[in-house]
Design a protein around this ligand. Structure first.
Ligand code: B12
Ligand code: SF4
Length: 559
């Protein structure tokens, strides 16, 4: 076990689990430049049967997505492949991007009748046509959500069929932590359709891989590389993280059809305030260790970009794309308060609106930080309480000062800021009475909107590993896109109670908010409700009864 690993692995994670071995072997410190060898020991080159006399073309793909019926089809230019592409391009590698979601926006298919799950994005034929036209030598696929593992593997299947000599590489959180499972799902008729997995941040690793490829070889001991050699799995730990995030070029969004995203206009917070919106990441990582979160295990060490560089990035998007809003997608935008204040000071002159669709921690917000944030353009904040009571926070390890929550919300509301609440309900160890008590308390809070998530075991999270080890879930449960049900057995309270209570409360709370806000509610959502109801835009998947809560709340009054 690596010397730093002990602090991060909680004793409840089984020693036999992939997450344990992933955490035990990785170190999150150190810097490296992709062009120098990153092998843990000496490089161990293996010959590749490729034509390395020409410069290879790399195609990076964001696969189609699964979502439950009635959900809003959120869609941003994918930062994962755009970041990796920018670095490849900077070091002179020919690279192209394909976002199957935006390119197949209107293509939807019901893939799970029981759970009413739909896949949207390019059809198999469209992907095959694209590949045979583009003819990349190396195809890199990105998996952001575990629930899309099958979609990623379907693309690798098509890739190997159309271009059998291409080299196929997968990356992202899920393949990094669960490489064996990823290879298993990508095996069709006994043939593996993924050649390698590159664990962790892909910028430097993929560049190094391509440079070796150009010499006709692969380094079997490359940092984070996983692959089969002579039919034996070689699984190298990911021991390096990029410390100097400022050294990375801006995501290569110019390789994506940006106007299509602006036209669809469904970013992370789809109820935005402005017309042209982009997501932005000012940091990576989160050390908080909430039990239900996979992100903290994948990127544990918190690293930041400097305020001046973020300011330049926003200015660039303003000049290039005419954006008028940004949405911060950091896991931990505010962890370092001093830096957050400097960031807000830096963006104040840009005259831009902004919000935090991702949760921020309630305990961090103090009046001075609020004022600086608001002065710099914040119009909405998301407070991630996640648990409903002190007992639930003890279970999740989320630090929340429950007694101050109401006051913090009121402080924001006094300043005319919209406040969204995040709640995760139904964790093993919670009780019916505490859930009910907690929801009664939520009714007293002055949120302007809230999301109530039924706790899901996301692969990479401690919750997933613990429940899997106990036999309360299966691996398949971690790959479902279902959000309105729980698949965790032996919760200690009735599943029926949980699902009915949470799903009904979601709509009830929206009604409470709507009644409280009166005309302001309508004024805020009118344009969005109108847009969502336009079927030609395909902004909501399917047409079932589990439609978005806002629309339900709106319909209830109309009826
Ligand atoms: C922004 C975000 C969203 C946004 C949009 C995401 C999008 N891309 O469309 C929105 C708000 C829509 C969203 C929604 C949800 N999200 Co979310 N989201 C994120 C977040 C914060 C950032 C993702 C991101 O863009 N990162 C930035 C890029 C640069 O990082 P990256 O993707 O990891 O890519 C790097 C490496 O992984 C690697 N890499 C990636 N791809 C490839 C490919 C190759 C070939 C190589 C070599 C390398 C490589 O290199 C990249 C650059 O270094 C992540 C947490 C996180 N920090 O990653 C959660 C996260 C992905 N979300 C998560 C979840 C659970 C959800 C929801 C299910 C929540 C809910 N209950 O509704 C929904 C589901 C949405 C859906 N499927 O419809 C989980 C997923 C867990 C899992 N195991 O599946 C995460 C990890 C958060 C968590 N708490 O654990 N999300
Ligand atoms: S839920 Fe948020 S605070 Fe908790 S570990 Fe994940 S990113 Fe950090």
């Amino acid at each position: 076990m690596h010397k730093n690993a002990k602090n991060k692995i909680f004793k409840n994670i089984s020693k036999n689990s992939p997450l344990y071995s992933y955490l035990a072997t990785k170190e999150e410190t150190g810097n490296f430049i992709g062009l120098t060898p990153t092998s843990a020991g000496d490089p161990d080159f293996v010959s590749l049967e490729v034509d390395y006399t020409k410069s290879p073309k790399v195609l990076l793909i964001n696969p189609p997505r699964d979502i439950p019926e009635g959900s809003l089809k959120l869609c941003i230019p994918p930062p994962s492949i755009a970041y990796v592409a920018a670095y490849l391009r900077e070091v002179g590698i020919q690279v192209e991007l394909l976002d199957c979601i935006i390119e197949g926006w209107d293509t939807e298919e019901l893939v799970d009748e029981v759970n009413r799950i739909h896949t949207f994005g390019m059809s198999d034929e469209a992907i095959a046509d694209y590949l045979s036209e583009s003819k990349p030598d190396i195809i890199g696929l990105s998996l952001v959500f575990s629930q899309d593992l099958k979609n990623l593997c379907n693309v690798t299947r098509i890739a190997k069929k159309v271009l059998p000599n291409s080299t196929v590489i997968a990356g992202g959180l899920h393949p990094s932590i669960y490489p064996e499972q990823t290879f298993k799902y990508a095996t069709f008729d006994g043939e593996r359709t993924i050649d390698y997995i590159l664990r962790g941040e892909g910028e430097h690793r993929l560049a190094e891989f391509v440079f070796n490829y150009m010499k006709g070889k692969v380094d079997r001991s490359q940092d984070g590389l996983v692959g089969y050699f002579n039919n034996k799995l070689v699984k190298n730990p990911e021991t390096k993280k990029i410390q100097d995030l400022d050294s990375l070029p801006l995501p290569a969004y110019d390789l994506l059809p940006m106007e299509k995203y602006f036209k669809i206009n469904m970013p992370s917070n789809p109820f935005h305030d402005s017309k042209r919106v982009m997501d932005i990441h000012t940091s990576r990582g989160c050390p908080i260790n909430c039990t239900f979160c996979s992100s903290t295990n994948y990127n544990h060490s918190f690293r930041t970009r400097s305020p001046a560089v973020v300011q330049k990035e926003i200015q660039y998007y303003k000049d290039t794309y005419g954006i008028d809003e940004i949405q911060f997608a950091d896991d931990q935008l505010l962890l370092n308060t001093d830096r957050a204040e400097k960031l807000f000071d830096a963006i104040t002159p840009l005259n831009i609106r902004w919000c935090t669709p991702n949760g921020t921690m309630v305990i961090i917000w103090k009046p001075r930080l609020m004022d600086k944030a608001i002065e710099s353009g914040m119009y909405q904040v998301t407070l991630a309480l996640d648990g409903l009571t002190k007992e639930s926070h003890d279970i999740t390890r989320k630090p929340v000062d429950v007694q101050n929550v109401a006051e913090k919300i009121d402080e924001f509301r006094k300043r005319n800021i919209m406040v969204h609440g995040f709640f995760v309900i139904g964790l093993p160890g919670e009780k019916e009475e505490t859930i009910q008590k907690g929801l009664e308390w939520v009714k007293t809070l002055n949120f302007t909107s809230a999301s109530f998530f039924i706790a899901q075991p996301y692969p990479g999270a401690e919750l997933y590993e613990v429940e899997l080890a106990k036999g309360n879930i299966t691996e398949e449960d971690g790959l479902r896109a279902v959000k309105t049900k729980t698949f965790i057995k032996n919760l200690g309270f009735s599943t029926d109670f949980l699902e009915k209570t949470v799903n009904a409360f979601t709509v009830d709370y929206e009604k409470i908010i709507k009644a409280r806000q009166g005309d302001a509610w309508k004024a805020r959502y009118e344009k969005h409700l109108e847009r969502l109801s336009n079927k030609d835009l395909h902004l909501i998947i399917g047409s079932g009864h589990r439609i978005n809560m806002l629309i339900q709340a709106d319909k209830i009054e109309a009826n």
